[in-house]
Ligand binder design. Structure first.
Ligand code: PGA
Length: 261
């Protein structure tokens, strides 16, 4: 198994000006992290340059975007391309977050294009997938996750697929204050890993399902992070609300440190 790192990925959503981001980083940067931990932050586009300007000498830290356009360039008012955020210094981009799907009508077909643009721009795509509560109650979780994966990344080459990250974010857990149980998350991650290994088989190569980092997202906070860190199927967390306050971030980092040192 080749997944030695733990990731805390912050999704700031529609919060933080450039100035507020700078203040946040001023308090964050003196914190130290174990060498096996990565703290990645996705500010809104306008706070990306300010966030990146704060990052000198912090190898554990990286900045990414919350979205990218499905287009490279052209007459697409209001859009921001993968190459543009890469040029600003971003390392990764969230793609296909459920809020993009439900509030901004993104489909698996548009998400497929975005993944391609991100890979072309050498951004790490963090593909977000997850089922609704109705789908879960109807026993459709496996079918829904596999379809989301197949229609967005199923066409990629082995080398392209190897660069992906996944975030399993059951829609019913996002922003609800009620995180999914670790057993539920572990099972969903296993479904994803089995799909990845089945899809990209290559003689003499490590199983794809063992290589790709898969994060859990949905109401993660300092009181529920620990069991996720202890689960082998889970490589870290995608954190929304709890990532906005420096004090809760400090607690989350402390938890990771306590677990890993
Ligand atoms: P939440 O958001 O932690 O506020 O539930 C997670 C996400 O939407 O990525």
């Amino acid at each position: 198994m080749n997944r030695p790192l733990t990731y805390l990925v912050a999704n700031w959503k529609l919060h933080m000006t450039g100035k507020e981001a700078k203040n946040f980083f001023r308090e964050l940067l003196p914190l130290s992290l174990p060498s096996s931990v990565r703290l990645w932050i996705a500010p809104p586009y306008t706070a990306i340059p300010a966030s990146i300007s704060c990052m000198a000498n912090t190898p554990f830290l990286a900045i990414g975007s919350q979205n990218v356009s499905m287009h490279d360039q052209g007459a697409y008012t209001g859009e921001v391309s993968a190459a543009m955020v890469r040029a600003e210094g971003c390392l990764f981009s969230l793609i296909g977050h459920s809020e993009r799907r439900t509030l901004f009508s993104e489909t698996n077909a548009t998400i497929k294009e975005k993944i391609k643009r991100a890979l072309d721009a050498r951004l790490i795509p963090i593909l977000c997938i997850g089922e609704t509560i109705e789908e879960r109650e109807q026993g459709k979780t496996r079918v829904v996750l596999e379809e989301m994966l197949d229609t967005t990344i199923g066409h990629l080459s082995f080398r392209e697929a190897r660069k992906l990250f996944l975030a399993y974010e059951p829609i019913w857990a996002i922003g609800s204050g009620r995180a999914a149980d670790v057993e539920v998350v572990s099972e969903a991650h296993l479904i994803c890993r089995q799909y990845l290994s089945r899809k990209w088989k290559r003689e003499g190569e490590e199983e794809m399902g063992e290589c790709i980092p898969i994060l859990y997202g949905g109401s993660v906070n300092p009181s529920n992070l620990a069991p996720f860190l202890d689960c082998k199927q889970i490589d870290g967390a995608l954190i929304g609300g709890a990532s906005l306050k420096i004090e809760t971030m400090r607690q989350l980092i402390q938890l990771v440190e306590d677990r890993l040192t």
